[in-house]
Design a protein around this ligand. Structure first.
Ligand code: HTL
Ligand code: MG
Length: 633
């Protein structure tokens, strides 16, 4: 019987003897590798946080104390220790556990999360409430070195250091975001580890900390205080300077040390940061060797691991196109907020290192840096996921769109994203972007259109957003940029006329519409590739031809593409019968996107049902279908 088998209840880890904790950590690590080999998921981060997880659950009662994990992707161990072990193999799968901490899933998950850098502000709020109500519990935030690059985290730290609520901040530093971490703070943390005092502190860490706890009164005279500050490494430390007591760095894989430090820090007044150094992928050789590939793993064979090769996807097509465009125009730049791999930019970053910028997990900074570049005549492309551009929305309006700057937003993961679930769904950008004056919004349905749109965007100037979904796309042969297609800006494409109903799709829903239409001559299909500006000419011709319209979007219905069509029709005084298919007013959990599209009513079969309803409506209304009014645009 393994220790882990005794941990059936949250809180069981609190009852273990301290000398049992390393064994529990070993078992937990093994369990996480097992689970991920079957399900895939955020393996490397969860492995790196195993000892921390064990130490936290040994010391804190997570039903009462609030342990706030940033991003929540490193919490597989936490989930296993809080009563979800038997459901771990469902993680990220339809109907299964979420991949991140989710408070509706468990009272032990203090925060519902998925986007980075929120833990400190949330924990600050929790600590404020606790103190206002004189509640006895503890508040702990766990934040990675990557998540700490986000402005939100730094701004929260600024508040925490000012108000000084009692809380523990664990900085889990593995030198990695998804790719290598960036930024000056990151450089500072590296220096911490090579300073001689760090080695001393490593050896004498416990005594050094004892020293720190001695009440200030003990220190005595100002001279003594000054001397102490001089010898106290923390005094040269930016966290310390911001009013947060700093302890560390300590070995984050020494569970005994973690328990020791956390337990003592818990008794201190005010906020304390414990800086722990961990290794991403710790304990699984391949993941340690290549934590980038194993950040988010597909399922694998535990004994014969091979990172699953990903097929050719939209991100690859974008990365190649951006590389080509930057080769023919030295004003083209690409900016990524910490998503080099996910956005298909590894090749670009090597080909054009001087015009490649990773700003860290700081989407707002990505957008406004692009504005700065554009103001000086450069042509920046902000490569960003739909869900993360939400973090840069004000910057899109305020810094880019008001002056109509030449910034291209290359929006990846537009639509439902699968395993990452609710926090990462890319289903709001059409709504939030089409309200922005001066901005065009387009979605290609193949790589040919993707190239044409990116090239057109750079040539045309002004803010342009081009969006595409997560996943695979059919590659097309390389060609010189000069030979790429051009698309008349704002033009739709009538793919097939229909006598009774015309389906308007964009991006992947065009394919769905074609599938649903089959060879039914009553059904037309339009590739409505520009959502802004709309092809009002074609839209009104359709409306005047007397056909019914169906809009299909892999996006939220409120404010989305269908709404744009309704508005345009109303503004032109037309009122054809129109059915909008897309995501109703709800948060969509993790699942298989293709299945979800059907369940939510806009997959090919769902479109066919909407078509049949429309067609039967027309038959019953007029007795016979009037085939005279074919949309002949
Ligand atoms: N931007 C924002 C606002 N949130 C997220 N989650 C991302 C981008 C994407 N992302 C992750 S995990 C991660 C990023 C950039 C790296 C976090 O690094 P950290 O943790 O050092 O905090 P580590 O991976 O354990 O090293 C996810 O979407 C899961
Ligand atoms: Mg990290």
């Amino acid at each position: 019987m393994r220790l882990l088998d005794h941990i059936s209840e949250p809180g069981d880890a609190m009852r273990l003897r301290r000398d049992q904790l390393p064994l529990l950590a070993r078992e937990l690590r093994s369990e996480i590798i097992d689970v991920c080999s079957e399900t895939g998921g955020h393996l490397a981060s969860s492995l790196g946080a195993v000892e921390l997880t064990v130490a936290l659950h040994h010391l804190y009662d997570t039903s009462r104390d609030r342990v706030v994990w940033d991003v929540g992707h490193q919490t597989y161990g936490h989930k296993i220790l809080t009563g979800r072990r038997d459901r771990m193999r469902s993680i990220r799968r339809p109907g299964g556990l979420a991949g991140f901490t989710t408070s509706s899933e468990s009272p032990h998950d203090a925060l519902t999360v998925g986007h980075a850098s929120t833990s400190l502000a949330a924990a600050f709020g929790m600590a404020l409430s606790r103190d206002a109500r004189s509640a006895p519990h503890d508040v702990v935030a766990v934040i990675g070195d990557g998540a700490l690059t986000g402005g939100m985290a730094l701004a929260a730290l600024n508040q925490i250091g000012h108000v000084k609520p009692r809380m523990t901040i664990v900085l889990n530093d593995n030198e990695m975001s998804i790719s290598e971490n960036v930024g000056a703070l990151n450089t500072f943390m590296r220096q911490l580890q090579v300073q001689p005092w760090f080695q001393r502190a490593e050896r004498h860490g416990k005594e050094a900390l004892n020293d720190l706890w001695r009440p200030l009164a003990d220190v005595g005279s100002r001279a003594k205080k000054a001397a102490r500050r001089f010898f106290d490494p923390a005094s040269a430390n930016p966290f310390h300077a911001m009013g947060v007591r700093y302890v560390g760095p300590v070995d984050g894989h020494d569970v005994g040390a973690l328990v020791y430090y956390l337990e003592h820090i818990r008794q201190l007044e005010g906020p304390t940061m414990l800086h722990i150094v961990t290794r991403k992928g710790k304990g699984y050789e391949v993941a340690e060797a290549d934590p980038i590939t194993w950040h988010g793993a597909s399922r694998f064979d535990r004994d014969d691991p091979m990172a699953a090769g990903k097929g050719y996807g939209w991100s690859d097509a974008f990365g190649a196109a951006a590389t080509d465009l930057a080769s023919v125009d030295d004003r083209v730049w690409v900016i990524t907020p910490a998503m080099r791999e996910g956005s298909g930019l590894v090749g670009y970053s090597r080909a054009h290192p001087t015009r490649y910028v990773d700003v860290g997990i700081a989407e707002d900074v990505a957008v406004t840096t692009a504005a700065g570049l554009a103001l000086r005549g450069e042509k920046p492309i902000v490569a960003i996921y739909s869900t993360f551009l939400q973090r840069g929305y004000d910057q899109v309006i305020h810094d880019v769109a008001i002056e109509g700057l030449d910034v291209v937003f290359a929006i990846d993961r537009a639509g439902l994203v699968g395993g990452d679930g609710m926090t990462h769904q890319g289903v709001y950008d059409v709504a939030y972007l089409r309200t922005v004056p001066n901005l065009s919004l387009a979605m290609p349905r193949d790589v040919r259109e993707l190239r044409a749109m990116l090239k057109g965007a750079l040539e045309r100037g002004g803010p342009v957003a081009v969006r595409w979904p997560r996943g695979g796309v059919t590659p097309i042969p390389d060609a010189p940029v000069g030979d790429w297609d051009t698309i008349a800006w704002g033009s739709w494409e009538l793919l097939r006329p229909g006598s009774d109903v015309v389906v308007l799709g964009f991006g992947p829903t065009v394919g769905y519409a074609l599938e649903a239409a089959g060879d039914d001559p009553r059904v037309g299909v339009v590739n409505a590739r520009f959502v802004k500006p709309l092809d009002v000419g074609m839209l009104l011709e359709l409306a005047d031809a007397g056909v019914e319209l169906i809009t299909v979007e892999d996006h939220a219905l409120p404010g989305g593409f269908g709404s744009a069509i309704l508005e345009a029709l109303a503004d032109a005084g037309r009122a054809p019968r129109l059915t909008r298919l897309g995501i109703a007013d709800l948060h969509v959990p993790h699942g298989d996107p293709a299945a979800q599209h059907e369940e939510l009513g806009y997959g090919p079969r769902a479109i066919r049902r909407a078509l049949d309803a429309a067609l039967s409506r027309r038959t019953s209304a007029s007795g016979v279908v009037d085939r005279g009014r074919t949309a002949s645009v």
